[in-house]
Design a protein around this ligand. Sequence first.
Ligand code: ADP
Length: 270
Amino acid sequence: AEPRLVAARGSRITPTLILIVIRDITERERVEQMRRDFVSNTSHELKTPVGAIMLLSEAIESAADDPDQVRDFARRLHGEAGRLSSLTSRVMNLSRLQSADELAEVRDVSVDAVVTSALEAHALTAESAGVALVRGGTRGLTVRGDQQILSEALGNLVSNAVAYSPRGSQVGIGVKEEAGTVEIAVTDRGIGISEEDQQRVFERFYRSDQARSRRTGGTGLGLAIVKHAVQRHGGEVRLWSRLGQGSTFTIQLPLAAAETGAIRTEPREK
Ligand code: ADP
């Protein structure tokens, strides 16, 4: 209704201006729609662990006489609470990344430190999943940005690679310098992603059927966070994958301006 009002009132308003107004309204509606979807998806996703926590806490109460059952329910309660906690912190991180706010901490960030902290964060999970994390490539590179956000983004890729890989396989984390940028690649030999799903996995809350049937712990927010985090740093994420063979996710970031030749300490793994 708004654009018509503008056209009717303003005799001096040119078609171009009307077009701009319409476009602006469409953009505002799109953003508003995205916000509504985000809120409704989030509420929907929160319902599952909250519902489970309610049921389990009731069950603990009524199983008070049976210590084994109490322990079992308590363990599951703890699991659901953990899921709720990771979901809420991911939602908060994502909404911060999507907002127009400046990144809080922009400084020179060592790529080595980002890789180290992403690997450390998931070392235990990898170990218990029987997946070896293999690090390689160029050392000593620097980017500009927020170290915590970058570590979390890379950590999400490592965590997915581990989660969607078979026991006994390897996940490679390689760094290389490429025409003024740094490429951090995470490669797995896991379940892979169909071409159709490759178009969608970076969407919030999207999970492939394979992922849903394989693992209940996922939130479908990890890759959306990766995408926004990397974009906020002026970089991009690329995905190569083949169903049943494995995937490579590559984060490409601009090198810090003062970056000169890096020290090559280890060969990049294949
Ligand atoms: P989730 O919490 O479900 O892992 P993500 O946003 O991190 O959510 O990933 C979205 C979906 O992309 C996953 O549910 C899965 O279908 C697919 N995916 C992501 N990483 C991989 C991978 N390394 N191998 C296979 N599938 C993956």
